[in-house]
Every structure is written in structure tokens, then in C-alpha cells.
Design a protein around this ligand. Structure first.
Ligand SMILES: Nc1nc2c(c(=O)[nH]1)N=C([C@H](O)[C@H](O)COP(=O)(O)OP(=O)(O)OP(=O)(O)O)CN2
Ligand SMILES: [Zn+2]
Length: 123
């Protein structure tokens, strides 16, 4: 991939981890930070891989769905644990709807705190 563009957004939500022994089995909240990257090799006639504005709008839609929710009661996290890994995979899959012929989702990184993040990378 020659070009890689990233946008960053955040949301606030509560969760608890099922099947987990420790403080995170209790309900608690995070200010999640998301970095979504699209990659490709070909620019359009305006010199863009994909418009940042479109990318932000797609990410915003996902953030709005997750914002101020109890994730354990919000699909798909009512069925799968709302870990940083699963949240990153969910956002990665949702962002595929925004792919164009030349710009594909390359990476989604989910920060649970200033020091911990999970990244999904396209294979
Ligand atoms: N691989 C993963 N490990 C953990 C996840 C996760 O999503 N993936 N999540 C948690 C908990 O959600 C928890 O909130 C975070 O725990 P932790 O970093 O231990 O706690 P703090 O945010 O309080 O950080 P401190 O460094 O202890 O202050 C746990 N593990
Ligand atoms: Zn947590």
C-alpha cells in the first residue's frame, strides 16, 4: 500500500468483561479513542485516496452508535465480549462499507486508555 490515511475519533461507554476474573468484571467506563486507516495505491483526479471528510463521517456514524451505551447490551457485544480487540474488529468490519474501488480499510486501532490499545490490520 503506497498511501495510508488515518482519522481519529472517540466515544465514551461502559462495559464489563464476562468470563473475566478481576476488576474489569465489574461495570466501568472508558473514553475510547479510535484510529482508522485506509490504504491504497491510486489517487483520484483531485489527488486524494479517499476524502478525510467522508472517512470521518463513516467513523462518526459508528461512534454515535456506540457512544454513551452499556456495550454489553449493544449488539454485537451482547453476544461477544466488549474487549478492545472485539471493538476494533467490529469497527474494522463496519468501515468496510465505506471502501471504494481504490481505498480499503488497512488498520483500526482502539485505545482503551492512554497506555493500552488493540490493533486490527488487513491481511
Ligand atoms: N487484551 C485485553 N486485556 C484487557 C482488556 C481488553 O479489552 N483486552 N480490557 C480490560 C479492562 O477493560 C480494563 O478496563 C482495563 O484494565 P487495566 O488496563 O488493567 O486497568 P486500568 O485502566 O485501571 O489501568 P491501570 O494501568 O491499572 O491504571 C483489561 N484487560
Ligand atoms: Zn474496561
Amino acid at each position: 500500500m503506497k498511501y495510508k490515511l488515518s482519522v481519529t475519533k472517540g466515544f465514551a461507554s461502559a462495559h464489563c468483561l464476562r468470563e473475566y476474573k478481576g476488576k474489569c468484571e465489574n461495570v466501568h467506563g472508558h473514553n475510547w479513542k479510535i484510529r482508522a486507516a485506509f490504504g491504497g495505491t491510486q489517487l483520484d483526479k483531485t489527488g486524494m485516496l479517499i476524502d478525510f471528510t467522508d472517512l470521518k463521517a463513516h467513523l462518526d456514524k459508528i461512534m454515535t452508535y456506540l457512544d454513551h451505551k452499556f456495550l454489553n447490551e449493544t449488539a454485537p457485544f451482547d453476544k461477544i465480549n466488549p474487549t478492545a480487540e472485539n471493538i476494533a474488529l467490529y469497527i474494522f468490519e463496519e468501515l468496510k462499507k465505506a471502501e471504494t474501488l481504490t481505498a480499503k480499510v488497512a488498520e483500526v486501532e482502539v485505545w482503551e486508555s492512554d497506555t493500552s490499545s488493540a490493533t486490527i490490520t488487513a491481511e
